[in-house]
Design a protein around this ligand. Structure first.
Ligand code: GLA
Length: 725
């Protein structure tokens, strides 16, 4: 709901539980308030101005505002706000000043799409409305349209900016954030994710300093290192209560998410494309659209914040056939056979998997070109006939007769120097003439800022999908960038390459999404190196990590769940000892941890014992029965392996009729305490039956004391499925 009071030039955006207020004063668009829901009214008294601000410049001959003190919605460089800017411009005269002042505003129902970019969307009947505020620099004639869409029922606000050059000469954008929020306090903890390959999205919580804390990527993707979100939590906020502000970016390229504690104890939060390496030449009449940022405020702690993001991502970001529904139980061939397979082996594991109740065989890396290891063939997307003389025909036929689909791995954005494609088109990769081309995993990145490269990628994937043999694609991306340059763009546009790369990638993905609506796409980047809201718009799930060890996954999945729903996390039961860590874990623990909204196996099923095979059949049936709850339910982090010798969580159906809870022991002590696990999110006035043991409990018993837990075996785990009686 959006209320504009034109008498006082105040804009109030209300969701079910929050309000976000701005006003125009002396032409500047100021931030007034963001927090719990306010009744509509005049809130401008909340903005107290500093009487004095030594050293900070005052505008218009010492009578005007002290920009350095004003909370601004889209602060610019050069006119006396000396905090980090949202907008940095080089004007045609070489100056770097921007001065955006209010011009007009419009309010509309629903939400417009962002040209060429992924974004949260509104459906017909949704309580969603959009405010657009136009600002203009009256000297350079650069215009800035700030968009705010209010998802009332989801407690979500999305923002982005559109910059239009109304001047007569080209100017250059050196930084254009998606959102800025100035909060009038800085006594927060910053919660962020850090990580690396096989150790993604570790949680770190540290007090905000007076200074800038930035979580960024310059990797050519959102990356393993810092996920594109930033959370500001009140010092006392925990999982279940306390004030939390969070911003995430709907973008897969290089990002910068920062919080800056300022000299007057306020805090500026910025979210957007990383300005390093970004320079966008904006010709007269041209528009630059920033990626979208999604903003959440709650007083229900980190758990409450996650529920908001999870519901919004599940319902209004993910699209297509698999939105809100469980995914097929799959067998992925990677850890089962790596590059060592032929048709016979795939027929063996595929038919065994189907007999055990699995629904998809995914042939991972190695089916194309001359690919027997990772040194060659990326780009040569034709079937390797020496391994698969009949292509996918026989495998697909056998699988379909057993009610099972076929998936294949692709890494379409890459090119191996040892490939027919590279020999034919050495200019198709990102490179800078006259400089060496750095390889990562023996590969270069294709230049997706080029339309011809995008068409090649689309055709490579589409031609295989058109055969009707392929039901699923795992879309991988296995290196970081270096020497970013495009052979097609002129020198003054080289700073646009990486963002143009993502516009190219998104256009390819959009075409595939529209042309092959029944195909399930999973994104991957050495596991979770491109796990973001941008990619989830096109592919509803991401391979969470190449680390498939159940115990290591506890922290990875816990960290991932801060923003991303279970539906987006792929979890596989892999072999024991685990291939990455050597940990030996019981089968049921591997299952209990892998049981996310997108579940499968990654081992050779023909090597399982009879007992293990029975277990696989039973567990596939559990996932089929409860998969929709896992996908759509509210996820509660109950116990954290970051701070305890266990991990536990539960997923509760939105109508509270079903709850799946899991507890994992990570360390056994000589005298374990009398452990019990309290369950959150249930209807405390109802009764529940544990479908596995038959035990019955009241909702209040489960919430108050919970269920007893066995603490005697390292890496042991328990799962409960409670159904409302
Ligand atoms: C990446 C993926 C793995 C696997 C390999 C294949 O590392 O994350 O799951 O697909 O590539 O080369």
């Amino acid at each position: 709901m959006i209320t504009v009071n034109e008498n006082i030039m105040q804009f109030q955006l209300d969701t079910a539980h929050t309000s976000y207020v701005m006003r125009v004063k002396e032409g500047f668009l100021e931030h007034v308030y963001w927090g719990r829901r306010l009744a509509s009214g005049d809130h401008t008294y909340m903005r107290r101005e500093l009487g004095r601000a030594s050293f900070s410049p005052r505008m218009e001959n010492c009578r005007g505002p002290i920009l350095d003190d004003i909370p601004l919605e889209y602060p610019c460089f050069g006119r006396g706000d000396l905090r980090s800017p949202a907008l940095e411009v080089i004007n045609p005269d070489g100056s770097d000043i921007a001065d955006l002042r209010y011009v007009s505003h419009t309010v509309s129902e629903g939400k417009p799409a962002l040209a060429g970019l992924p974004a949260f969307y509104a459906e017909k009947g949704d309580n969603v409305s959009t405010l657009c505020i136009k600002l203009r620099d009256r000297v350079s004639m650069l215009e800035c349209d700030l968009y705010y869409s209010v998802f009332y029922d989801y407690d979500l606000i999305t923002r982005h900016a559109e910059l239009v050059n109304r001047g007569e000469n080209a100017l250059t954008l050196e930084g254009a954030a998606s959102a800025c929020v100035d909060i009038d306090r800085c006594d927060f903890d910053i919660v962020s994710n850090y990580g690396t390959h096989e150790k993604e999205r570790m949680i770190e919580r540290t007090p905000l300093v007076h200074g800038k804390m930035e979580f960024a990527s310059r990797r050519g993707s959102s990356g393993h290192e810092h996920n594109p979100f930033i959370i500001l939590a009140s010092r006392s906020a925990d999982e279940f209560k306390g004030e939390v502000y969070a911003l995430t970016l709907v973008y897969s390229g290089c990002h910068s998410m920062s919080a800056e504690g300022g000299q007057y104890d306020s805090c500026r939060v910025l979210a957007g494309i990383n300005p390093d390496g970004f320079r966008w030449r904006l010709g007269p009449g041209e528009t630059f659209v920033t990626p979208e940022a999604a903003l959440v405020h709650t007083e229900d702690g980190l758990g409450g914040m996650s529920h908001i993001f999870h519901r919004a991502i599940n319902d209004r970001l993910i699209r297509g056939k698999y939105r809100n529904s469980r995914r097929p139980v799959l067998l992925n061939s990677w850890e089962a056979v790596y590059f060592r397979f032929d048709e016979e082996k795939l027929m063996d594991i595929g038919s065994c998997a189907a007999d055990l109740g699995m629904e998809m065989l995914v042939i991972d890396d190695g089916w194309f070109g001359r690919r027997d290891d990772d040194h060659s063939s990326l780009g040569d997307w034709y079937i390797n006939r020496s391994k698969l003389p009949n292509g996918f025909d026989n495998i697909h036929k056998m699988l379909h007769e057993k009610g099972c689909g076929l998936g294949i791995w692709f890494e379409p954005e890459m090119i191996s120097p040892d490939s027919d494609l590279y020999r034919a088109h050495p200019d198709w990769c990102l490179h800078v003439a006259g400089r060496p081309r750095s390889e990562g995993r023996h590969q270069l990145m294709l230049d997706l800022s080029r339309p011809d490269v995008c068409d090649y990628i689309y055709e490579s994937v589409a031609s295989l999908l058109r055969t009707g043999n392929v039901d699923y694609i795992k879309w991988d991306f296995n290196r970081n960038v270096a020497e970013v340059g495009s052979a097609l763009l002129p020198p003054e546009k080289q700073g646009e390459v990486l963002h143009r790369y993502y516009l190219g990638l998104y256009s390819v993905l959009e075409r595939l999404h529209n042309d092959f609506p029944d195909v399930l796409f999973e994104s991957c980047s050495g596991g979770g190196g491109r796990y973001d809201c941008g990619i989830l718009y096109y592919m509803p799930q991401t391979w969470t990590s190449d680390n498939s060890d159940a115990i290591e996954r506890l922290k990875i999945q816990y960290g991932t769940s801060l923003i991303y729903p279970l539906s987006s996390m792929t979890g596989h039961v892999s072999a024991s000892p685990n291939h990455q860590t050597g940990h030996v874990t019981p089968f049921d623990t591997r299952f209990n941890v892998a049981l996310t909204g997108s579940f499968g196996y990654e081992l050779d099923p023909t090597k399982l014992t009879d007992e293990e095979k029975r277990f696989v059949t039973e567990t596939a049936a559990i996932y089929k029965k409860y998969g929709d709850t896992l996908v759509n339910g509210d996820y509660y982090r109950l116990r954290s392996s970051y701070t305890e010798d266990c991990a536990a969580w539960c997923v509760v159906a939105r109508d509270k009729s079903v709850c799946i809870a899991v507890y994992v022991n990570t360390h056994v002590r000589v005298y374990p305490r009398n452990e019990h696990l309290a369950i959150r999110g249930l209807d405390e006035n109802a009764r529940y039956r544990d479908t596995r043991s038959g035990a019955e409990y009241s909702g209040s018993q489960l919430a108050g004391y919970g269920v007893p837990v066995d603490k005697n075996h390292e890496y042991s785990s328990e799962m409960w499925i409670f159904e409302k009686i």
